[in-house]
Each structure stands twice: as C-alpha cells, then as structure tokens.
Design a protein around this ligand. Structure first.
Ligand code: F6R
Length: 605
C-alpha cells in the first residue's frame, strides 16, 4: 500500500508535502516521513504513527528545501517504527517506495557480502543502496535504470539526489504513479487525489516507465529508457466534500450520505421520464454475452456475490464470482463471449488490477465498476461504469458498497430487458421501485438510536455471527466484515442453512447472533435456522422488513427496515449493520476511520 509524494518547486515544499501526505493517509498510517534537499544536504524527518506527528516534528524543527519527497507507510517488511519509516536515505540519495521488492533478501545478501551495511528491515533500503552504488559510475537516470533492472516485484518509487539538487525521479512497475503539473512546480504522487489541491493537470506513468521532474518540466522514459510523450489530462471536479463537516468521523458521514449518493447514482443512469436505463456501448453485444464473471476483493467481492443472486433471478446469463487474489493465479478458461466485470471502490486494488491485466492479456472484454474514475482499473478496462459515490475516506467501505450494488442492479435490469429476460412492464416496475430506494435508505438511518443500544451487547462479547440466506447471505458477510475490521471483534458471516454443518458448535450462551431475514422466499427457513441458534443459547439480534413477524421473547433485539421490493432489500439491510459496526467500534474506543493494520487502498498483493 503506502502513499508517496514528490514536489519540485521554486519555493519550500515541506508544508505541501505534509498536506498531500494527509490525503494519502488512507493508503497507510503506520509511519510517515519526508526528505527535502537544501544546499546539497538531504534533510530527513520521520515518525512512527500518523502524519500529525510528523507535522509536530516539522513545527519544532522546520525543513527547508524547494524539492522533496514524502511517504506514508503500510508496513510489509519490518515492524512499523521510525527506523523502518520512509524515506530511506544514504549520503547520496533518498527514496520513498510503495509496493514490494520481492527479491530484496537476495539483493541484501549480495550487498552485505560487499561490506554494505543496512539500517532497516525494509525491502526499500536495497533500492537506496543499489542506486547509491550505481551513482559511483553513472548519472541519476542511468543509476535508477540499472537498479530497476535488478528489482523484482511491483512498486512505485520517488527519488531525490544529494548532488543533483533540482530533480526528482519517479518510476513505476505495477504500483500506480501520477505526475502533476503547475506553474513553477511539478509533482509525483501515488494517485491524483493527493495532487488535487495543487493541480488538476495530470499524467499517469504506464507500467515500466520512469519520469524526471524539475520545477519547470517533466520528461518521461519507457522501460528501455527511450523518451516518450504523455497526454496531460484534466481531472474531474471532486464529487463530495473531503472534510468531516458536522460529523465526528468520515465513516458516519459517509453512512449518512447514502440516500444522496444512491440517488445521484440512480440519476446518472436512469431516465426518469422515459423510465429507461441509459447504459450504452456494451463491449459485447448483450444478446451474445455467454457468461458474466464478477471479480473484486473484500466489500467489493460482497457486492459481486449479492449481484450474482440478481443476475441469476432476472437474466438468462450464467454468473460466476471470484475473489481477485484467487482469480489471478488460477488456470482460468477464458472465453471471448464472457464479460469480465471488476468491482472496486478505489480502482487501485493490486489483486483486482492484476486480475484485470490477465483478462486483457487473454483478449477478453472487461468492464469496471469503480468509484475513482481516474484510477488504474478504470483506465485499463474496456468499459467503465462509475458509481458516483463521491470520495470515500473512511477505511471501511460503506457508501461505495451501496453504490456498487446500485450500479450492478441497474446493469442487471438493463441486460435483462435487452435480452428480453424480463418484459417492458417488469422493467419499468423495477425502475420505479429503484427510484424509491433513497427515501427508504433515509428511513433506515432513523434507527440509529436503537442500534446504539444494540451495540452494547457486543462490547464484552467473545465473538459474533451473522446469518442470512439468499441475497441476505452476502449482507451477512458484509456485516461481519464491517464489525471485525472496525471493532476487532471476531465476527463470522454464514449462510444460515450452513450452520448445522459445523459453525453451530460455536454457539454458546449469550453469543450475539445477527439474523438477517427479509420477507422473501427464504424467510421461514431462516426462522427455523434461528430457532436452532436460540435452542443453544445464542443471543438473537433479528433484522427484517417483515411487518407481520412479531418479535418474541427469545429475540434480544429486533429491528425493522422498510419493506421494499425483494431485489432491493439487501441494500436496506446493510444499513443497520454498518451503523452497528460503527457504534461497537465507538464503544470499544477503536479508531473508526483508520482501523489498525488496514489501509483504504490495497496496492500490494
Ligand atoms: C472493507 C473494505 C475492503 C475493500 C477492499 C477492496 O470495508 O473497504 O474490504 O472493499 O479492500 O477495495 P476496493 O473496493 O478499493 O478494490
């Protein structure tokens, strides 16, 4: 993961580096650091923990210099401490790095055998020391080029040089790197978001490329060090604001925003007057699509799993789903009549991006459903369906999940209609139901105070289980994922019918078990599974949209969400689970927006 920034300017850069690092913190917050260059001296400042700490250090001992690099770390090699924090500098160079150098142990042994000493446990330091060695005989660009040839893995680098005080070199293989342009100032950054407050003019390095930045110009080179030209793109305006406003955390702000983000998404795709869905330019003629393969990680995978139920119910298309980190290493039988759909909030998730690359190498058609339209995954796919959720900052994905579900449902309806799997009346009826969704989400949000009470049941619990059948099963997975990532409480999501095949052994007196049971074709079966849990002492938290179901004494807590069309109930049932995870985390004093060990954008595999 990790975030990197580099600025070459005609004025001091440390404040802007700090500001950009704050934006990049969603990529990692184990440690932070920067290095600036003044009078041919590399001035390095680092801290373990958050950028705030680095800012305090800088306040006490400012760093001057019109050129500099900065980093936020998500630890891979070596514990999160000051020594392992980036930049990693020698006398000659300072390096920030995102990604993994896979052959770092081998290189380290080789360098150590030559008497070269290492300070840190990181894989990055081999880059610093290889460049330092190469500089004895070559200029900066050649030294970096020679070093890159020795590295295996996936990475993006930013490098400054003691004796070449006006340049920053950037390089990428696998991990993304953007370049930004402004008057008397140029930038490199892990993503365009980090550069947004400074410029809206950007380019992206393609895989294997390098760039050399001065304050006045940027030159690009391909993987054979041949100069190349780059298109300069103008970034779109931010959809959604990047401050917390009246809210205590980004997560709750993003939860509360959902009626609006879902509405925006529906408005982008649905023509309300004509009751039609505006999706065109399918990369494969819809009638000819043989199969859809939905691929994602984490929450995005859960949205794929939910959509599988929709596609199977509403269309005649066969659907498979896959976890990107598994898909990328399996022996897949590709078929040019299959449509491969990649779902990702950030559009930068390394496993999802790699799975997409494999599809491209096999010449099959790809679609991405993303939030960040300038992202690597969006740029590399044949067809992009944005979710229009606006920037999501809380590490735990909330509004992006609902956005993904909304777009997947819209796509499913459109395909079902074009392929004549549903008739015109049904198509219009489903569109009308969809348009009612934002209001129903608003109503769901009103149950927050009940959920605060419910959350108390989890504070001293040893673990918890989330159960659902049909399209409530992925929602159970999503509820469990949110709870575990935010409150560090063990939480398992299961298909309710699967309990008796093993997990029932976990049920003991007082274990909180969340049963998700909308009034659908599975309802009675889910209730039977719930009885099996009650009989073994499980403490039931029952979430339904069934107005008729009376909540009996065996149910510790019951919560009703508005009843909507069955296809859309997974969207509504998600809301209480998001709020539950949020409130349990608050009660347990966990860092809601930056849960331990995680990062928003997972750019390592
Ligand atoms: C969980 C969460 C993660 C992400 C996953 C994929 O709350 O946010 O599980 O869903 O890391 O990220 P994207 O969607 O950016 O590909």
């Amino acid at each position: 993961m990790c975030g990197i920034i580099g600025i070459a300017s005609n004025k001091p850069v440390s404040i802007n580096i700090i500001n950009s690092l704050k934006k990049l913190e969603y990529r990692g917050y184990d440690s932070a650091g920067l290095a600036t260059l003044k009078d041919n001296i590399i001035n390095e400042k680092k801290c373990s923990g958050r950028v705030e700490e680095l800012e305090k250090i800088l306040f006490k001992t400012p760093s001057n210099g019109n050129i500099g690099i900065g980093h936020v770390r998500w630890a891979t090699h070596g514990i999160p401490n000051i020594v392992n924090a980036h930049p990693h500098s020698s006398e000659q160079v300072s390096v920030v790095h995102n990604g993994i150098i896979e052959n770092s142990d081998e290189i380290k042994k080789d360098l150590e055998s030559k008497g070269i000493k290492f300070k840190s446990q990181t894989d990055t330091e081999v880059v610093t020391l290889l460049i330092t060695e190469a500089l004895k005989a070559s200029k900066p660009l050649e030294s970096v080029f020679k070093t890159l040839k020795k590295l295996k893995g996936s990475f993006a680098l930013g490098i400054i040089f003691k004796n070449f005080s006006n340049i920053i070199i950037g390089a990428r293989r696998g991990s993304p790197l953007a370049v930004g342009y402004s008057k008397n100032e140029n930038y490199i950054g892990s993503d365009s978001y980090a550069l947004k407050s400074m410029t809206n003019k950007i380019s992206y390095l393609d895989d294997g490329e390098l760039c050399v930045l001065t304050k006045d110009e940027v030159s690009f080179y391909d993987s054979r060090l041949k100069k190349v030209n780059k298109k300069i793109l103008t970034m779109s305006e931010n959809e959604g604001s990047t401050d917390k406003g009246e809210y205590k955390h980004f997560m709750i702000k993003e939860i509360v925003e959902q009626p609006l983000t879902v509405k925006n998404c529906i408005d982008e795709y649905v023509d309300s007057l004509k009751k039609n869905i505006n999706i065109v330019n399918f990369p494969i003629e819809p009638q000819k699509i043989n199969k859809i393969i939905l691929i994602g990680c984490g929450t995005a995978y859960n949205s794929c799993l939910t959509a599988k139920y929709w596609f199977e119910e509403l269309t005649s298309i066969d659907v498979e789903i896959d976890i990107a980190s598994e898909f990328r290493y399996r022996k897949i039988k590709f078929n040019s009549n299959n449509l491969y759909i990649f779902v990702s909030q950030s559009g930068e998730t390394a496993d999802t991006a790699a799975a997409l690359d494999i599809c491209k190498k096999n010449n099959v058609k790809t679609c991405s459903i993303v939030n960040v339209i300038e992202s690597t995954i969006a740029r590399n796919s044949d067809w992009v369906l944005p979710i229009h959720a606006g920037i999501e900052i809380g590490v735990a994905s909330t509004k992006a999940f609902l956005g993904q579900l909304t777009v997947l449902y819209i796509l499913c309806l459109k395909l079902a209609f074009i392929r004549k799997d549903i008739d015109g009346n049904n198509y219009v009826k489903n569109i009308i139901n969809l348009k009612k969704l934002p209001e129903a989400i608003k109503t769901c949000l009103k149950s927050e105070s009940n959920i605060q009470l419910m959350a108390k049941e989890f504070v001293s619990a040893k673990g918890s289980m989330f159960l659902g059948r049909g399209s409530s099963y992925p929602i159970a997975l999503e509820g469990a994922l949110k709870l575990k990532e935010l409150s560090y409480l063990h939480a398992e999501g299961y298909p309710a019918g699967e309990m008796k095949h093993g997990p029932l052994a976990l049920i003991e007196e007082g274990l909180p078990v969340i049963v998700i049971a909308p009034k659908d074709k599975y309802f009675e079966k889910t209730i039977s599974n719930m009885q099996e849990v009650i009989a073994r002492g499980g403490k039931i938290i029952f979430i339904t949209d069934n107005k008729k179901e009376s909540l009996n004494e065996n149910i510790r807590f019951g919560l009703r969400v508005p009843h909507v069309d069955n296809f859309l109930s997974p969207v509504l049932l998600t809301l209480p689970l998001q709020m539950l995870a949020y409130h349990v985390a608050l009660l347990k004093n966990c860092d809601v927006d930056k849960p331990r060990n995680l990062a928003k954008s997972v750019t390592v595999e």
